[in-house]
Design a protein around this ligand. Sequence first.
Ligand code: ARG
Ligand code: ZN
Length: 471
Amino acid sequence: SCVRSGVVAAAAAALLAAAVVPASAADGQSSRPAPGGSGAGDAYFPFAGNSGYDAVHYDLDLRYQPPAAAPAPLAGQLDAVATVTIVPTRHLTGFNLDLRGLEVESVVVGGRPAEFAREGDELIVTPKTILPRGKAVDVVVAYGGATGRPTDIEGALYGWVTTRDGAMVASEPEGSMTWFPVSDHPTDKATYDVAVAVPEGLVAVGNGDLVGSSTANGWTTWEWSSREPMASYLVTASVGNYELRQWTTPDGLLNIDAIDRDLAPAASAGLAQTAEMIAFFETKFGPYPFSSYGAIVDDDSVGYALETQTRPIYSTRANEGTVAHELAHQWLGNSVSPARWQDIWLNEGWATYAEWLWSEHDGRTTAAENFADVMAIPADNGFWQTIVADPGPLGLFAGAVYDRGAATLYALRLEIGDEAFDALSVEWPTRYKDSVATTEDFQALAEELSGQDLEEFFDVWVWTAGKPAIP
Ligand code: ARG
Ligand code: ZN
């Protein structure tokens, strides 16, 4: 729920101080009450997340009626109560949550009805009394409405995506606000309890542990619980015609897979080696960071897969490379998450590099061959124009973020040697476990573990356009 990286917190605080609160009140030590800010300080998504508090826990109670019939437009109905436990980091006269679309019926803060307003994607809450710094308080938001098929700034489906038989929920980078009031930025991780009531016969699948399911009056309520902190973009509550398969790895890790019954068995064939992959990645990145795992394979497509925490979601098909990729994200992206969205290459570069490692381990293309393939791209190809550590909000998922990102890690391995690189591969997700970090944090750790000055290396590989030379 709070940023462990002091550097990031300080930077974010400085940005916010400049942007939203008068200088005299910006000092964290000031006791003068003021409203919280409308963003977490992210240059790419200024209104994602909020300031003035940490959200520490979400209790989401959803009831979802999927579309009645297939014809477009697909529209479901969501009725929900979200209880968000927040801890003010200053004395607050008010605060914001992020929410896009839907209607808010009421907001209750600390047991008392509060005033609220909607402005853009902000839900602005003004409680009856000042909220003291450091004192946890529950914010209860009753909301709901018709669901559709929201899109991100690139026009790709994301968030609560209404499907023929339910919903597919994949919210990177800031799409959780399409289905619950949230401090929608990775710097504000929290634990989650999510209960979803769906018409009997359907399954709602979330992150973490399955607490139970119960049926009454034609509705089945599925309860999921995530005890480990989670970034908001990794929360899912996907609804469909799923078969739930529970199994345990030889090392005792519980897996819960949810496979759409309307798909051919081949759609989930890529999951067959999951246990071997977990064991292999544990030798590379340290112990698996969460209490359970599993996959959601859905028949309606947002066109990509997402590493939703403990339970990646695949649209239509889970192929082996993608399965390795989303599994690696559990360490690299989910346990240690980007402190700013510009740091996305640390997610995608690592996950792609991990795909290379798995391929080599499985007796196919080696990491060296994959690296050589990237380095064979001609210098005048537009691929080399992406600045991977600052790709811009429309470049978050550019091919170079993945492939040049992975090549950067392979080149770093050449630069500092296998021993230091192996130590870095474990220490990175370990030191920043359940937290966030920046590209600068990563460089600092690589320098610490290798004893080398890597300023020029990082400058050339991640901060500058153009094709680097092989170390
Ligand atoms: N993080 C996801 C993955 O690598 C990719 C999400 C792509 N999102 C998008 N809007 N294109 O598996
Ligand atoms: Zn990825």
